[in-house]
Structures are given as C-alpha cells and as structure tokens.
Design a protein around this ligand. Structure first.
Ligand SMILES: [Fe+2]
Ligand SMILES: [Fe+2]
Length: 388
C-alpha cells in the first residue's frame, strides 16, 4: 500500500500545507496520509499568546479535513522531549512494513535532510515528495533530487502545486496586524479568533464571512449599514475604528435565536442579565450577542461591552459604546421619526445626538405603551447631568 506522512509544527496549519497535502495525495495516489504535528520541546517556553500542542493539533485537524485518507496523529505531541523524525518513521513503518512510504516536505526541509538525525537512513528508507514553498524553487528541488539519487540512491519527486509564499512565522506576524486570513482555511481562522491566538486582530471582511450565517437574510442590510456608520462615527470622534467595525458586524448576531438559547449563551458566559423579564425581550439579544461575540469570536472586553449596551444604553457610556449605539440607531436604512435630526447632530456633537436619540426612543416606547428599560433612563439622566 502506498502511504505518506507530513510532519511540521503547524503553528498554525495554513493553506500552503493544505494545498501541498491535497496535491501529494492525488498525484502519488496515496491511500493514507498521516499529518503529524511536532511536539514542543520541554525547555522551550511558549509565548503567552501562542498555540499549545493541543491547539496546533486541533487546528491541523480543521485545516486538513476533507482530504481523502488523511489522518492527523498526535504521536509526537504525546512523546516527552524532542522528537526525531526517524523515530516517528520507525513507528510508522510498523503500520505497514511492506508498504511504499512517502515523506512530504517543503524545499527547505529537503535541503537539510541529510543532516537530520539518521538522515541518510531516511533518504534510503523513504521516498520523498517535495513541494515548492516559493515560486522558482522547482529547479532547486530537481537538482537536489538528482544529487540525493547519486549519493544515497534516494527516490524523490517534485509535487506539482502552485506555491503559496507564506511561512507560519510571517503569517503569525500578519495576524497580529489584522491581515493574513486569506492564507488560512476559514475554520482555522475561526478557531484562532475564538481562542485569541497569536494576538490576532480580526480582519473585518473575514469576520463578516464567519458572522454572516448567524444573521437572517433580512437583517443583512441593517448590519451593513450599521457597520458603515460605526466606522464613520469612530473616525470622526477618535474611537478605535476596528473595534467599532467589529462591534457593528457582531452586534445583532443572536437576534434570530430563540430566547431560551439566548439565555443559555448568557449563562455560559457567566453573564447576569439584569431586570430580564418578558417585557424586555427585545434587549436580551444585546446581552446574548455580547456573550456570543466573546465566546465564539474572541472579541475584546471593550467590544463585548459595546454590544451589551447597544439596545438599552447605560449611564456613563464609553466612546465606543456611544458610537455603536448611535450607529445602530441612525444607520442609513433607519426611518425612525426624528432620525434625520440625530444624523445631523451626530457629526457635530456626539453627546447631544445621543441625548436626542435616547429621548426619541423613550417617547416612542412610551407612546406604544411599553415600559422602557431602566438602563435607558439612566443613560439619559447621566447625559443630562442628573444624579440618579
Ligand atoms: Fe440590536
Ligand atoms: Fe441592530
């Protein structure tokens, strides 16, 4: 049987790895391909925001899912101390001693292979499938193949795959800067956002792609409008623009969920929902939305709070909270009576705009015979300088 394995730190597994694995499996006709994330040397300290072994393993499982015959193995993660590829290969061979075994690696690994522990044995025992990591490496791979054939009688071949010029190191740096999502399978990006790995700053478009399924189709224009308005207001008033955009993208994510489910999400977050009664049903989505944004998308505390208060408002709101509240109230799709005046004010005096909008909301609710949430009255009283 023809089998292959693919080792690496996979910190994180990215599309370069996935493409190479898929191409190798198809081109070599592999019946099994084992992905084996490397262990962490015990003396090596991980950065606080780094992925631990279990997280690298879970990301690899997400990244490579769907490739026929592929299996992610935790062998090296379970082994204490440094793991040598030769030892992993010893164990692999026991699975199928008579099988034809291929090792998949990139050009850089192929280059240093003879220097590895029992490198010559590896070259003689395995067949090597090499993928280019950068454009133009093809000639170098072929040259090394020829050299290893002469020196070790090694069998190797180049995998035909379009190189994706990215390394995990550079990718981690990009993620910190709010870039790089395009190099990752969507599920891996979702995973690392949720776990807040690598100090990732969310990329609005990639976040939107993940958030979209949470929304009813009919709510999409409102969320788009709110996002646009939140960015403009944040720019005008010096709030963190990315935080405002992220908060707007996620602010209504739980709105289509049944109340029981929303309460369950709040509970999972350890969130106490104050004064929750049936008459305040409409505000529950703000609380559950904040909880879901934190639990599922790893948002910062500031963003979580902005989402939490986006319906009721509250006393002493932060700048970001004001921006989201107003963006939600006055986004271009809104036709609430009085909204025009708030729009005109919002770019001149944020607090005055908010005061007017809160007044409008209160009188609208009262007109309909609904009791406004106490936090809304407190928000207004605070803005008017009244002590509660
Ligand atoms: Fe809302
Ligand atoms: Fe909204």
């Amino acid at each position: 049987m023809r089998r292959g394995f693919f080792g690496g730190t996979f910190n994180p597994a990215h599309l370069g790895h996935v493409r190479a694995a898929r191409a190798a499996a198809a081109e070599l006709g592999l019946e099994a391909l084992y992905v084996i994330p490397a262990g962490t040397p015990p003396h090596k300290e991980l950065p606080k925001d780094g992925a631990d072994a279990r997280q690298r393993m879970e990301m690899a499982a997400l990244a490579f899912q769907g490739i026929p015959g592929l299996e992610v193995l935790d062998w090296e993660l379970r082994r204490p101390g440094r793991s040598y590829t030769a030892e992993t290969v010893d164990r692999l061979l026991t699975l199928d001693p008579a099988g034809e075994w291929w090792m998949l690696c990139g050009t850089d690994m192929f280059e240093t292979l003879p220097e590895w522990y029992r490198g010559d044995w590896l070259l003689k025992t395995l067949r090597i499938a090499v993928y280019p990591r950068k454009a133009g490496e093809e000639a170098r791979i072929d040259e090394l193949s020829e050299q290893y054939r002469r020196e070790y009688d090694a069998v190797s071949r180049r995998i035909h795959v379009e190189p994706l010029d990215i390394s995990s190191t550079r990718l981690r740096a990009m993620l910190r800067e709010g870039e790089g999502a395009k190099y990752l399978p969507e599920q891996v990006y979702a995973y690392l956002l949720k776990a807040r790995l690598y100090s990732v700053r969310p990329e609005p478009e990639a976040l939107w792609a993940l958030a979209r399924p949470w929304y009813k189709e009919s709510r999409i224009p409102h969320v788009r409008g709110c996002r646009e308005e939140a960015v403009k207001l944040a720019r005008r008033w010096g709030a963190d623009v990315l935080d405002a955009e992220v908060a707007a993208i996620l602010h209504d994510i739980t709105k289509k969920l049944p109340l029981e489910e929303q309460l369950h999400i709040c509970e999972k977050r350890g969130m106490i929902v104050p004064n929750f009664r049936r008459e305040y049903e409409a505000m529950l989505h703000a609380f559950s939305g904040a909880a879901a944004a934190a639990l599922e998308f790893g948002v910062s505390p500031a963003v979580e709070e902005a989402i939490r208060w986006h319906t009721t408002g509250k006393a002493n709101m932060s700048l970001l909270e004001k921006v989201l509240w107003l963006a939600d109230y006055m986004e271009p799709g809104r036709t609430t009576p009085g909204v025009e005046k708030v729009r005109a004010l919002a770019y001149r005096d944020l607090d005055e705009a908010l005061t007017l909008a809160l007044e409008n909301s209160l009188s609208y609710l009262e007109g309909k015979g609904f009791a406004p949430h106490p936090a809304t009255r407190e928000a207004l009283a605070y803005l008017r300088g009244e002590k509660e």
